[in-house]
Design a protein around this ligand. Structure first.
Ligand code: ZN
Length: 300
């Protein structure tokens, strides 16, 4: 999902404040013992010896190997563009993408007092939606605060007031393990906002495993209270992306080379996504919606 209107500009005091708050809740991803930052580049767990690394403001405990991010041809291009054009990538995707996301993420973030409440982005990619939000991802992008396996996050139990997970769960083979980690990290009463796709073509980033119906999504969070499930991206978005793939196949006569050349030309149809301003609110929108957003709460 790509609804960042404008990613917040980087400011040094904000980064320092974020890192200071992060240091207070840092915990070993292996044994959950508190971790101390002593200024060195290597971070060692005093309890179990597990290690992480610090480079500038970025902490690294696992994450993807670069080969994993470049195995798929389209994802290889995406990874190159993400690293080279880190700042403009979210905006470019917003314009060229056939998917029009409803504006649900920023209102969710604004429902917290971000100066006081610690909120994390589980799988931020190249997004930084607010300077006070902790950015976590398996990929080593410049905006990421913690490069980590999102099933073993180096933060203490109950350390987060909230979190978002935007278009991440379809990319992991074991979403239940990711959701269990969200549950561990949230304090009682803490809330998560999670976007997942329903009617979207295959898109490796670096993997792609599943889609969710509206009712199927509710079933993924048995340890939480479900506060709401909404259409996160409407039926036009679902149809357009599929139509673009279909056109590129139809006109490429079995040639992958031609298919790859034609696909970007079909992006000319992407502006039709504005029809979702109407159709995402249709009572039948969930039947062919591009994706859903669920808000859940950890019971107090
Ligand atoms: Zn440890």
């Amino acid at each position: 999902m790509n609804d960042t209107v404008t990613d917040a500009p980087a400011t040094e005091p904000a980064a320092a404040g974020r890192q200071a708050r992060l240091a207070e809740v840092l915990a070993c991803p292996a044994c959950h013992a508190p971790l101390r930052l002593d200024g060195g580049e290597t971070i060692v767990c005093a309890a179990c010896g597990h290690t992480g690394r610090r480079r500038g403001g970025q902490l690294k405990f696992g994450g993807f190997e670069s080969e994993e991010l470049t195995a798929d041809a389209l994802n290889r291009i995406k990874e190159f563009v993400k690293k080279r054009f880190n700042k403009v990538y979210p905006t470019a995707i917003k314009v060229l993408s056939p998917v029009m996301d409803r504006n649900l993420i920023m209102p969710f973030l604004r429902s917290f007092d971000l100066d006081r409440d610690l909120v994390a982005d589980f799988g931020c990619g190249t997004h930084r939606r607010d300077q006070r939000v902790i950015c976590m991802d398996g990929g080593t992008y410049p905006n990421v605060d913690i490069v980590t396996d999102l099933r073993k996050v180096p933060l203490a139990e109950g350390s987060l007031a909230g979190g978002i997970s935007i278009a991440v769960l379809e990319h992991v083979p074991d979403p239940a393990a990711h959701i269990a980690e969200m549950h561990r990290l949230l304090r009682p009463g803490g809330r998560m906002l999670v976007f997942v796709p329903f009617m979207q073509p295959f898109h490796a980033s670096p993997y792609d495993f599943q889609r969710y119906t509206e009712v199927g999504l509710r079933e993924q969070f048995p340890q939480f209270e479900v506060l709401s499930v909404k259409v996160g991206a409407g039926p036009t978005s679902g149809m357009l992306w599929t139509l673009q793939e279909w056109l590129a196949m139809l006109l490429s006569f079995g040639s992958m080379r031609l298919y790859r050349a034609i696909l970007p030309l079909t992006w000319i149809l992407s502006p039709l996504k504005v029809l979702d301003l109407l159709l995402a609110r249709h009572p039948a929108a969930a039947v062919t919606a591009s994706g859903f957003v669920i808000e859940v709460r950890k019971p107090s």
